[in-house]
Design a protein. Structure first.
Lengths: 294, 312
């Protein structure tokens, strides 16, 4: 008696193998869709915008006339925004991470703060805009200045920095801390002189990624109320300002009025993407160069 | 002799402990300072809740609760202003549904390919591309939807309006693909190889292993990635604000312009609503509804991945 009918097995096996093969190709194609969209997107933006990028475009003030409009104001605005966001998120993010990882006892308070941070990461950015509008712009009476926008952005990207810093601190091996204690160092001396220096590449990477998120974020600033046509350059954190994504937004929605605005928007997108590319490359470089494995 | 020296060291330690130096003050203050910093994240949550709830209460003094949640007309300006949130809710759900129809199948298939089929080399090329896709600012996607996808769709669907919900929905789906792909891939990669090898040893093909072993085992992670994707789609702002226009249609026709909750907030804040008006308060009522929806989604995702996680 034959337990296995070889012919039947072979027949069935062919179909199963074919299904496996076909689905492998489908899965590959699905993965490539992302790549295709990315290529089309870059191609479109470059075609529309590259011809408009020149020295004047980068250094001129904003203007209603497309051929005279420049984005220097938006570039400076983005820079000033970063000058607020970088130190604030660094202080708040690293401070929170050190507290959670090094000082807090694993208890109710610890898990409460931790849960709260992961929930904050899921809050839509526009809700942070409402918070900024209510508290910073109106409540404290700042108006729509760099400081108000920067503080709002800082709260928005805070969870990114906290989580990245926590991972970096956790990756510092316990024996380094114990060696430091063994030499008679106190807890803060250990953190300051041993743990933080060892964790700083990971923390910096997270910080730069958070900043690049803030550079590209638009929704909270729309809510705070950034003027569409701001001629004077911002000269400090108490000035009114505009940023690159805001300018893209206004030029895109006004493209139905003046056609060339679409080209200006595309050109600004190219500049924005270049800025983001530089920031992300720095982050990757820091990660590859300084990250030690213990 | 040794005793004496011991005593001296002990005395020195005692003396050291008694003297209050700058360093010892810092040592005592640091935990408190760090605690205060850590509390700021909680204050942020409280701040969000407080501002949203307070102004929403003011809003419901002007507009009855039921009218808001069952009203099919949203006409915030003019004398006979009506505040029904249903047009915004349908807009939000339709755009999110379109996005998920794109993102779930493609994201899941990408995850399967990356985790089960791709060689290390291919994975090392494809993953960074997905990461780039995830890092593009949403305003760029909005520009892309408005100036490229809508005109492209218009060739196949002639009655498509220049602003419509279909095009931002599709682009939003592309935006969410990397998120679902990478979270699902994480879940699948954490399924132990022994389970795959067991199934392969019994004569399964790779497809059967994926379908019957890996996906069921990684189900909690996969589902929670879907839920997080939905939450992301509901909260997405710039793509819909640019490409879907501002008509507050109560309709299910995807070729028409619709407004989402997020786009409504953008429109109202852009128009400088006078503080204290019903229009101004409606901003908070809509934002609060949005906040509640995304919070529920995020809590569901956390619950699923915690509750149904299989330990290996």
């Amino acid at each position: 008696m034959k337990y296995v009918d070889a012919n039947l097995v072979a027949k069935k096996m062919n179909g199963r193998l074919a299904a496996n093969h076909i689905s492998q190709i489908i899965f590959l194609l699905a993965t490539l869709i992302g790549l295709v969209v990315l290529v089309i997107l870059f191609y479109r933006v470059l075609m529309d915008g590259l011809g408009w990028i020149n020295f004047d475009f980068l250094t001129n003030r904003l203007s209603t006339r497309p051929e005279r409009a420049g984005i220097m104001g938006a570039l400076l605005g983005t820079l000033w925004l970063m000058i607020v966001v970088a130190p604030v998120t660094m202080l708040l993010g690293i401070g929170t991470a050190i507290y959670l990882e090094e000082y807090a006892k694993k208890g109710r308070m610890h898990s409460f703060i931790q849960t709260n941070i992961s929930n904050l990461a899921g809050v839509p950015s526009i809700v942070f805009g409402i918070l900024g509008l209510t508290v910073f712009v109106r409540g404290l009476g700042f108006g729509n200045i760099v400081l108000a926008g920067g503080l709002t952005m800082s709260l928005l990207v805070l969870p990114i920095v906290v989580v990245a810093s926590q991972e970096a601190l956790r990756a510092v091996p316990q024996f380094l801390r114990e060696a430091s204690y063994g030499m008679g160092a106190t807890k803060w001396q250990t953190i300051k002189n041993v743990v933080l220096p060892a964790a700083i590449p990971g923390i910096l990477t997270g910080l730069i990624l958070a900043l690049s998120r803030a550079v590209g974020e638009t929704a909270p600033l729309v809510v705070i109320g950034i003027p569409a046509l701001l001629i004077p350059f911002p000269n400090g954190i108490f000035d009114k300002f505009t940023v690159l994504p805001m300018q893209i937004y206004y030029w895109t929605i006004d493209a139905s009025i003046v056609e060339e605005y679409a080209n200006l928007a595309a050109a600004t997108i190219v500049v924005l993407l270049v800025v983001l590319l530089i920031m992300n490359s720095i982050a990757v470089m820091i990660r590859n160069k300084y990250q030690k494995r213990y | 002799m040794t005793d004496e020296r011991d005593l001296r060291v002990r005395d020195m330690i005692q003396a050291n402990k008694r003297t209050v130096t700058f360093n010892s003050i810092i040592e005592k203050c640091i935990p408190t300072i760090l605690f205060i910093i850590a509390i700021i994240s909680i204050l942020t949550t409280i701040g969000i809740l407080f501002t949203l709830i307070r102004e929403t209460i003011y809003f419901f003094r002007d507009v009855p609760f039921l009218d808001f949640f069952t009203g099919t007309k949203l006409k915030p300006l003019g004398d006979a202003a009506e505040f029904g949130i249903l047009p915004l809710l349908t807009g939000t759900f339709i755009s999110s549904a379109i996005a998920m129809l794109v993102a779930i199948p493609i994201g899941l298939m990408s995850a399967v390919f990356l985790s089960e089929y791709a060689s290390d080399k291919v994975r090392r090329i494809l993953k960074p591309i997905l990461e780039v896709l995830a890092g593009i600012p949403t305003i760029v996607y909005g520009f892309f939807a408005f100036t490229f996808v809508t005109p492209l769709l218009n060739r196949f669907i002639p009655m498509l309006e220049p602003t419509n919900i279909l095009s931002p929905g599709l682009v939003m789906g592309v935006m969410i693909i990397p998120m679902i792909a990478s979270l699902s891939e994480d879940a699948m990669s954490s399924v132990p190889n022994a389970m795959r090898e067991g199934a392969l040893g019994l004569g399964s093909t790779k497809l059967e292993v994926t379908w019957r072993v890996v996906i069921p085992a990684a189900m909690s992670g996969i589902i929670s990635s879907f839920v997080l994707g939905i939450s992301r789609a509901i909260g997405e702002t710039m793509i819909v604000a640019i490409a879907s226009g501002s008509s507050k249609n109560f309709t299910f026709d995807v070729t028409q312009s619709m407004q989402t909750m997020t786009a409504y907030i953008v429109e109202v804040t852009g128009g400088d609503a006078p503080a204290g008006s019903t229009l101004y308060y409606s901003l908070y009522a809509v934002a609060f509804t949005l906040f509640v929806f995304t919070l529920i989604m995020n809590l569901i995702a956390q619950y699923i991945s915690k509750k149904f996680r299989e330990g290996y």
